[in-house]
Design a protein around this ligand. Sequence first.
Ligand code: SF4
Length: 440
Amino acid sequence: MKYHIVTIGCQMNKSDSERLASHLKSNNYIQTPYRKEADVVVINTCGVRQSAEDRVYGLIPEIKKENPGVKLVLTGCLSERQDVLKRLKDKVDIWLPIKDLPYLKDKLKIRSDLSKTLDSNEYLRIKPELTSFFSAFIPIGNGCDNFCAYCVVPYARGREVYRPALEIIKEVEEIVGKGYKEINLIAQNVNSYVSVLPNNRESHKYFHSLGPKIDFAGLLEAISCLNGDFWIRFATSHPKDMSNKLIKTIAANKNICRHIHLPVQSGDDEVLEKMNRKYSSRHYQKLIDSIKYYIPEASITTDIIVGFPGETREQFENTVNLFQEIGFDMAYISQYSPRPGTSAAEMKDNVPPEEKKKREKELTEILRESAYKNNQKYIGRRVKVLVEGVNKKGEWYGKTDTNKNVKLNNMGVDLQVGDFIDVTIDEIWDFGLSCCPKKP
Ligand code: SF4
């Protein structure tokens, strides 16, 4: 039997697909790159944006047309939405809330509607079939308790559940032992990570000095002490939960990447309150000041929603001011669109589309300027780069620990994907760097 997985969405979905692949493989299914020769096609869906949802509605008839006998499994964000279930009930064979992944083999055999009884930790315990040989995503938890007004994640993934620290550390230790160079710790809100430590603290040398619980800063510190030449990245952080302790932990450990992604969503306090973000723009600004003080070399990126229901021009100006003051290295700017089931969907989506577009453009222009300005400090600087691959134009590229893309052409040395190399930057643009041709 052959399977094919279509993954739409975020890092968490990509990581879930690696667990789906591992589950199917261990039940004697063989992966195929072709949808039309698969016995089972799994669509791992995303519901964060309407465009991602629409992709699924377009994909299903396409797959059924080219492969009428296929068993279609729908998992991910849309698999828990009642309206989607109603719309697609005759087209999808198996609905799989991701937490039920350990049941997939039974559902494929008997097509039963097994009830959902598992918590996230059970599926996260499945060893993933990693798709990269040098960079790994390691989920440290799943779900979210925050219920931001615009977001489907708490409904789609349920409440926060975190994996035991020892289990995560052992997984990282094993992967680093295989030579992996980049460990990406992921969860919807890494900053609220907490794990009760085993009574037998002797079971792991890094727990000796800790109390009965370990938080995210403690977990990062323990992982950063593991042997090996590797980087640690993490996402996503929530400004209401990010602590100075965490910032100081990053500052003190060189293998924790100097890149902080801290979604602000708006620079206006009234909009933040309507979004249910539970922090003020002043709090956010203070966090940024602290990051810049303790880790001056860090790059800072964010997420922004423009045109949230009721966002006035004056309120948007506060976001503009925040953008100008902080000077982000990158921002993922989204025009607001209502998501079914969220509290914001009940609000009037009253900012016209052309105004949303205009606001997005305005922020993008400020971003381009600040990113270019920030990159100027790299000129002539020696930086460590993780070689990631070759693009369609045949150019080698990689990434710094500050998450800057680097073009690596004409190096005069043989490059290997997954290697660290040191290069001198001689050219910059707004969202990237380039290193000296032929200079060592
Ligand atoms: S913190 Fe807010 S935006 Fe992030 S996943 Fe949770 S509800 Fe969604």
